[in-house]
Write a protein that binds this ligand. Structure first.
Ligand code: G4P
Length: 530
């Protein structure tokens, strides 16, 4: 096996998804601690402080004290080279959050044990399902009062439509949390919260048949555990690696990221169950990183104006095959020419660093003089294949853009188009009215502010946004359908994108169903083609 293939085999590239506050940051931090990438807990993102260190590229981030960009963290553990793709949550949720998932080979879903499946998890989960990537579940905060375990699993199965297979099982929760039972090893890992910020604290394991356990857990808890295990063995899906690989079965783990309990157990199992970089579809068929020796990568995110003085952009790309070397020349398929990849960067814990080498599975940021678009392919292969495009994800907030100074139409059009090309916003037009008015759609409302700010600061154009009442957008799959004959509902609006493709906006979910009912041949999609 070549050295390159060896390196790629070691890669594990995954995204962490969760609803804000479920404990994603805390869990990531504990992973890094095990990998030795940081020395003490708190250095990744003490929310207020270090978050800035990760990216203080845009003024708006500094002003608001939030991170608009998502970052990638790399560390080594147990012979693996791990890339964690952080998906921004909170109000900075954006289309980038979805796109990040396109660069991952698997996903870890963090769920708060007292809350269960929440809105943001549901949205991100849908994208994972669309890609059929393995999904692992970490049920966090077991040191707090949790909901009934069976109920939680049931909710995941019903709401997300995926089977679950608990790898371990919690014994109590909150003050009564005693630890987890390892179903395969048949031993109990006893909870202790003494190893909060360290990796050195000892985890005590005890065989489930050891009489000492009755004494440690107390008779009541022990009997409850035995009952639950019996029920679980009868009712839950068996572990099946094939199903995990296809994203049909999610292995479930319980723990408490804050107290560092169950994190290493999770990491070890996860690394065994997850995959090294997967083949990706291109217009020349599947490209398998274990067979394809040439370098290839696709752009999944463009970060604008990291250095305002230069108006430069960084294109983040996921390497799919081969090796990368700083300064190498590659062919940019969509641009139709050779480009030199300069200033490669990688995120390491809380800082950006310049890198020399990277391999399939890794994420790198490349200086972009404004030539790349989301979904573009770069390769050294003579075959010149292009990877499948990244879909356009449904915005949930819409506004009509009013330009304050109509004299600046040219700058306005240029600015808004450029920002749309970077993928921060989507722009649409009225269908059929002949008006040139622009409607912007965003996934997270913060992007409206980013748009206003950037148009003013970079293009000297001031705009006013008039919020529209729509929340749902659907692409029309059968574009040949006669739009004029479409019978919609009163809260529906016909629009088109810049490529003149028709779309529909709805204020309510029920009107989507009604419209589908009224137009039997209409086929709608939640994802658009790029
Ligand atoms: P997020 O990235 O998913 O948004 O969540 P984050 O890790 O920031 O965690 C949200 C809050 O939940 C934090 O508390 C964190 O300390 C707490 N937390 C995370 N994991 C656990 C856990 O296993 N058990 C308990 N009891 N709490 C947990 P905070 O007070 O909001 O923030 P901070 O001031 O501690 O940073």
């Amino acid at each position: 096996m070549s050295e390159i293939t060896n390196e790629i085999k070691k890669r594990r590239t995954f995204a962490i998804i969760s609803h804000p506050d479920a404990g994603k940051t805390t869990l990531t931090e504990k992973f890094l601690l095990y990998g030795g990438a940081i020395n003490q807990a708190g250095s990744v993102k003490g929310k207020a402080t270090a978050k800035h260190a990760v990216s203080d590229w845009m003024e708006i981030e500094k002003e608001r004290g939030i991170s608009v960009t998502s970052s990638v963290l790399q560390f080594n553990y147990g012979g693996f080279c791990i890339n964690i793709l952080d998906t921004p949550g909170h109000q900075d949720f954006s289309e980038d959050t979805y796109r990040t998932l396109m660069a991952a080979d698997s996903a870890v879903m963090v769920i708060d044990a007292s809350k269960g499946v929440e809105a943001q998890t549901r949205k991100l989960f849908k994208v994972c399902v669309m890609r059929h990537i393995p999904i692992f579940t970490f049920i966090n905060k077991m040191d707090r009062e949790a909901r009934d375990t069976f109920e939680l699993l049931d909710e995941i199965e019903k709401e997300l439509g995926i089977a679950t297979c608990p790898i371990n099982w919690p014994i109590g929760s909150g003050k009564a949390f005693k630890g987890v039972f390892d179903r395969e090893q048949k031993e109990v890992e006893l909870f202790s919260d003494t190893n909060k910020g360290t990796t050195t604290g000892e985890v005590r394991k005890i065989d489930v048949n050891n009489p000492e356990l009755d004494w440690i857990l107390g008779t009541e808890a022990k009997i409850a555990l035995e009952d639950e295990i019996e029920l679980l063995d009868g009712a839950s899906a068996e572990f099946d690696q094939e199903m995990v690989n296809k994203g049909e079965l999610s292995p479930v783990f319980f723990g408490s990221a804050l107290t560092n309990f169950g994190v290493e157990t999770f990491l070890e199992h996860f690394l065994k169950m997850t995959t090294s970089p997967l083949p990706r579809m291109s217009d020349h068929g599947e490209i398998d990183p274990m067979k394809e020796e040439d370098f290839s990568a696709f752009v999944f995110k463009i970060q604008a104006n990291m250095n305002k003085a230069h108006r430069d952009r960084i294109a983040f790309m996921r390497i799919c095959s081969g090796a990368f070397e700083a300064g190498m020349s590659v062919y940019h398929i969509q641009g139709g020419k050779e480009v030199r990849l300069s200033q490669p960067q990688q995120m390491m814990a809380s800082e950006r660093k310049i890198i020399e080498n990277a391999y399939g599975g890794d994420i790198i940021g490349i200086f972009d003089p404004g030539i790349f678009s989301i979904g573009d392919t770069l390769t050294t292969s003579k075959e010149r294949f292009a990877y499948e495009g990244i879909p356009t994800f449904a915005p949930e907030h819409f506004a009509r853009v009013r330009q304050m100074d109509t004299m600046k139409r040219k700058q306005f059009v240029k600015g808004i188009n450029q920002i749309a090309q970077e993928g921060a916003i989507q722009i649409f037009q009225e269908y059929n009215t002949g008006m040139e008015e622009i409607i912007v759609g965003v996934v997270g409302v913060l992007q409206f502010d980013v748009l206003k700010y950037r148009l003013k600061n970079e293009y000297n154009v001031e705009i006013r946004l008039e919020n529209l009442p729509y929340e749902y957008i659907r692409w029309i799959e059968n574009e040949e359908i006669n739009m004029d004959k479409l019978v919609g509902t009163s809260d529906m609006k016909k629009i088109k994108d810049l490529k003149d493709r028709p779309l529909l906006l709805f204020a309510h979910e029920w009107s989507i169903r009604m419209t589908l009912d009224r137009n039997k041949d209409l086929r709608l999609s939640e994802f658009g083609r790029s």
